[in-house]
Ligand binder design. Sequence first.
Ligand code: ITT
Length: 192
Amino acid sequence: MKIELVFATNNSNKIKEIEVLLNAQYQLKKLADIHCEEELPETHHTIEANSLEKAQYVYEKYNVNCFSEDTGLEVEALNGKPGVDSAFYAGDRDADKNMDKVLKELDGITNRNAQFKTVITLILNGQQHQFTGILKGKIGFEKKGLYGFGYDPIFIVDDGRTLAELMLEEKSKISHRALATQQLIAFLNKIQ
Ligand code: ITT
């Protein structure tokens, strides 16, 4: 039987990236399908707590099985920032300004180590489960690449390319989001 799951996100890029990973066993529904038009609350100070808050909000208000995810870029030399503040780091939801701020703060700093962390929260029949995916890399010195979204143009992976130089299918094999989603899928397969 197909499991119906609402993906509790307003970020269409996240939906595109997760859609290519979920197979025909799941019917992925969007917030618009359940007539949820509002921004989801994110009032906490950790990625884990914000992820849980978004899923809980949708589960409790709309009474549907759902999952949410919260993602942050954690830069070592910036003590883990922008982290939970990734979306609004430079004040508003402007990816270019956010990246400029990170590049400026790292000006003259040789430690470029960083990671993306995604925490997925699944709420299935009232039970909560969290899955974490981490992708390690380095922050570049300039923006490169046209694919992806958010901080992808300044995040360099193992082969020297930025995430924004990887096509959707390539990013979806190695990304933080992919790693967390693989755990979600493994869990769903186990309980079916
Ligand atoms: P929802 O809360 O509705 O899911 P959002 O865009 O607010 O969508 P987050 O709170 O998780 O999502 O914000 C994280 C920000 O981090 C996001 O706006 C991007 O700027 C950035 N981000 C998330 N995933 C990313 C990725 O795979 N590559 C680059 N940047 C990413």
